[in-house]
Write a protein that binds this ligand. Structure first.
Ligand SMILES: Cc1cc2nc3c(=O)[nH]c(=O)nc-3n(C[C@H](O)[C@H](O)[C@H](O)COP(=O)(O)OP(=O)(O)OC[C@H]3O[C@@H](n4cnc5c(N)ncnc54)[C@H](O)[C@@H]3O)c2cc1C
Length: 361
């Protein structure tokens, strides 16, 4: 039986393992960290297309059971004027918001339930022959193929192409927070977004009454800093606007800071035995809220290709042809959104994967 080595236990890695299992292919997941990746405190929204991909392999519950509905967005300008209203779904199959840590946990619980092994503390540093993974601790693992699901700063990407582009800083700092002690700041399941005069802000009310919020603000990369530093820095961008942003940022509660990067194009997606999925292949800035959903589509599509083609190389070629154009368009669109250009994201949501259909070009 074919054995796949999957590098990365974030989102694409576990979902590739689950999809391969459904395709009759064994795998082991190797994760560098004892738990998950960076940005563990942040939250994310899985859109219709991401849920559709999970549904194709019968694991939609990993998101639905740990999330709340995000079925509409109202956009305001910095003067408090309603600019647009977007209604998405019925709250179950439509977008869902959840903490990244909860998603990682639910995915790993599902791996365990399906008997798929995960090895922690295994940081990939090399790939030899066809195919042996070499880890930082000196250990190795052998398989028939290797899937690089190791995220934005993918080692696999650089191993298969030392000239591969490095992640590009988009010029935006990202802040995430959970504000406590406020009256509900939105109707249930609704996001309010504020295209402010100096920054972009979004918030929604979780079922427990906490306001989950994020802010995107322009500036150089920021590293380190205390929660108070983050709060003061983010707040300054919304001080001149008429919006609830300032009060929400200043409220009690967790705050996290990070920077937004993207990888617009990765020339080499695969070799004969090694292939990239998710952020390792194409990373979008967070503006479109689609990076994870695209990773989920990749994972399920790759598994269908491996199911339907005799040789890994043939499967990887079909996979790349099915995926590259769509994901690169998404990265470009997200970069446009980050730069506050008006771009429609709706066309990306309708994607559907029919698991039982043979893959076709
Ligand atoms: C602030 C922020 C907000 C976002 N919000 C959204 C959102 O709302 N909706 C959305 O769809 N997307 C969002 N995204 C994008 C989304 O998080 C990514 O697209 C998604 O996590 C990609 O999944 P992945 O599995 O490819 O990578 P990751 O989730 O990054 O997982 C990669 C895994 O590989 C591991 N790893 C790394 N290197 C190695 C190695 N050498 N060996 C072994 N393991 C390794 C890491 O520890 C990690 O666990 C956001 C991103 C950011 C930064």
């Amino acid at each position: 039986m074919v054995r796949a080595l999957i590098i990365g236990g974030g989102i694409a890695g576990p979902v590739t393992a689950l999809a391969l299992r459904k395709a009759g292919i064994d795998s082991v997941v190797f994760e560098a960290y004892p738990t998950g990746a960076d940005d563990i405190g942040a939250f994310l929204t899985i859109m219709h297309n991401g849920l559709d991909a999970l549904r194709a392999i019968d694991v939609e519950h990993v998101v639905v059971d740990h999330s709340f509905a995000a079925d509409g967005v109202d956009v305001y300008d910095g003067a408090g004027v309603l600019v647009s209203e977007n209604r998405w779904g019925n709250g179950v199959t439509g977008p869902r918001t959840l903490r990244r840590a909860d998603l990682y946990r639910a995915l790993h619980d599902e791996l365990r339930a399906q008997g798929i092994a995960v090895e922690h503390g295994k940081r990939l540093v090399g790939v030899e022959g066809g195919v042996r993974a070499v880890f930082e601790d000196g250990s190795t693992a052998e398989g028939d193929l290797l899937v690089g699901a190791d995220g934005l700063h993918s080692a696999t990407r650089r191993i298969i192409d030392p000239q591969a582009p490095r992640p590009r800083y988009t010029g935006l700092n990202i802040f995430y927070g959970y504000a406590e002690g406020l009256e509900p700041t939105t109707p249930p399941g609704r996001y309010h977004m504020i295209a402010g005069s100096q920054g972009f802000f979004g918030h929604s009310t979780a079922p427990d009454g906490t306001t989950w919020w994020f802010a995107r603000t322009p500036g150089p990369e920021r590293h380190g800093g205390t929660p108070e530093d983050h709060r003061a820095h983010a707040a300054a961008f919304f001080a001149d606007d008429t919006s609830p942003a300032l009060e929400i940022i200043r409220a009690e509660g967790e705050i996290h800071a990070s920077n937004a990067y993207d990888v617009p194009t990765t020339p080499v997606w695969h070799t004969d035995r090694v292939v990239l999925v998710g952020d390792a292949a194409h990373a979008a800035s967070p503006a479109a809220g689609q990076g994870a959903s695209m990773a989920l589509e990749d994972s399920v599509t790759l598994a269908r290709c491996l199911r339907d083609r005799a040789e890994p190389r043939q499967a990887f070629e079909v996979y790349e042809r099915l995926r590259r154009e769509r994901v690169e368009a998404l990265v470009g669109m997200s970069a446009g959104l980050g730069a506050n250009r008006s771009v429609s994201t709706n066309s990306f949501y309708a994607h559907h994967i029919e698991w039982g259909d043979p893959v076709q070009l």
